[in-house]
Design a protein around this ligand. Structure first.
Ligand SMILES: NC(=O)c1ccc[n+]([C@@H]2O[C@H](COP(=O)([O-])OP(=O)(O)OC[C@H]3O[C@@H](n4cnc5c(N)ncnc54)[C@H](OP(=O)(O)O)[C@@H]3O)[C@@H](O)[C@H]2O)c1
Length: 293
C-alpha cells in the first residue's frame, strides 16, 4: 500500500528549512520541491527531492502523487528573479493547488501573514490573500497560517542600533510579538493533524518598539539613542516609493512601514526569545568581521 506523504514547497527558504527539519523530527514521510536539487543541499536519505519550477505548471506534473498534505511557504521575500508577487505568491501557489486537486490531496496548509486580510491594499498582502480566497473555495481541507513578523526582520533594529540611532514611528509604543522560524515550523507541522482552518501566531514575548530598540542597544552594550519619526514622513516615504519605484522594490518597504505604525499582536507561542536571537546575530556580525571572543 502506498504511504501518505507531506509535500513541502518553499523548503529552501528561511521558514521552509525549519519546517523540513521538524517534519523529519516528527517522522513524516516528506517530499520537497526545490528549484535546483544540487544547490538546495538536502539529504536525499531523509527527504524525497522533486526538482521543479513552481511558476511553470508543466514541471509540477506528478509532484502531488501519493501526497496527503501540501505545506506551502512559497513567496517572494528577497528573491531577485524579476518576478512579481502576483506571479509567485498568487500564481505559483495556484499551480500547486491545481496539481493538488488533480491528485486528490486531502489538505493544503498555506503560510500567509498576520492581518493579511486587513492589509490587502498592500502589494505583498494582496497576492497572498487572493490565493487564500482561492484555497478556501478549492474544496480541499485547508489551514491558513497567519504568523507575525519573523525574528529575522527585527535584525533591522540591531543594524540601526549599531549605526548609533534607532528610528521609530510614533512614540515607540506600538507592540508586536515576532516569532522565530523554529517555533513557527512547529505550528505549521502541527497544523497537519489539526482541525483549525486559520492559525494566527506570534512569538512568546509582546514587546513595544521602544523595548525592542533598547534590547538592541543592550545587546551591543551601547547607550540607547532613539529618534521618533512623525507619521507624515512615513506616509511621504511610502508615497514616494510607490510613485518612483517598481512593486518589487516598494512591496516590502510599503509592508514594513505600514505594520510598524500599528500594533501587530498575535496569540503567543514558542520558546525562542528576542534577547537570545539578538545575541546570536551580534555574535555572527562580530565573527564575520573576524573579532575574536
Ligand atoms: N518575514 C516575515 O516577517 C514574514 C511574516 C509573515 C509571513 N511571511 C511569509 O512567509 C513565507 C515564507 O517566508 P520566508 O522568510 O521563509 O521566505 P524565504 O526565505 O524567501 O523563502 C521563500 C521560499 O519561496 C521560494 N520561492 C520564492 N520565489 C520563487 C520562485 N520564483 N520560484 C520558486 N520558488 C520560489 C524560495 O525558493 P528559493 O530559496 O529558491 O529562492 C523559498 O523556498 C513568505 O511567503 C513570506 O512572505 C513572512
Amino acid at each position: 500500500m502506498k504511504t501518505k506523504k507531506v509535500l513541502l514547497a518553499g523548503a529552501t527558504g528561511y521558514l521552509g528549512r525549519y519546517v523540513a527539519s521538524h517534519l523529519l523530527e516528527k517522522g513524516y514521510d516528506t517530499r520537497l520541491i526545490v528549484r535546483n536539487a544540487q544547490k538546495a543541499q538536502f539529504n536525499s536519505d531523509s527527504f524525497e527531492i522533486f526538482e521543479a519550477q513552481v511558476t511553470q505548471p508543466a514541471t509540477l506534473k506528478g509532484v502531488c502523487e501519493d501526497i496527503d498534505t501540501v505545506i506551502s511557504t512559497i513567496g517572494i521575500t528577497k528573491q531577485k528573479d524579476g518576478l512579481t508577487y502576483m506571479s509567485v505568491d498568487f500564481l505559483a501557489n495556484m499551480n500547486l493547488l491545481e496539481e493538488a486537486k488533480k491528485n486528490g490531496v486531502r489538505k493544503f496548509i498555506y503560510v500567509s501573514a498576520l492581518n493579511g486580510e486587513k492589509l490587502n491594499r498592500l502589494k505583498i498582502a494582496l497576492a497572498k490573500e487572493l490565493f487564500v480566497d482561492e484555497l478556501k473555495k478549492s474544496g480541499l481541507v485547508y489551514c491558513i497560517i497567519r504568523p507575525n513578523g519573523f525574528f529575522s526582520d527585527t535584525t533591522e533594529f540591531l543594524k540601526m542600533a549599531k549605526k548609533g540611532t534607532v528610528n521609530l514611528f510614533g512614540d515607540g509604543s506600538y507592540k508586536m510579538n515576532p516569532i522565530h522560524g523554529e517555533d513557527l515550523a512547529a505550528v505549521c507541522v502541527d497544523a497537519i493533524a489539526s482541525n483549525a482552518v486559520k492559525i494566527e501566531v506570534g512569538g512568546p514575548e509582546v514587546l513595544t518598539h521602544n523595548e525592542i530598540a533598547k534590547l538592541a542597544f543592550k545587546t551591543l552594550d551601547k547607550k540607547p539613542r532613539i529618534k521618533y519619526m512623525p507619521g507624515w514622513l512615513r506616509k511621504l516615504v511610502i508615497w514616494m516609493m510607490r510613485t518612483f519605484t517598481s512593486s518589487k522594490t516598494y512591496g516590502p518597504i510599503e509592508f514594513f512601514m505600514t505594520v510598524l505604525a500599528m500594533d501587530m499582536i498575535a496569540p503567543t507561542f514558542g520558546k525562542h526569545t528576542l534577547k537570545d536571537y539578538f545575541e546570536e546575530v551580534h555574535q555572527n556580525m562580530n565573527d564575520e568581521k573576524g573579532i575574536k571572543h
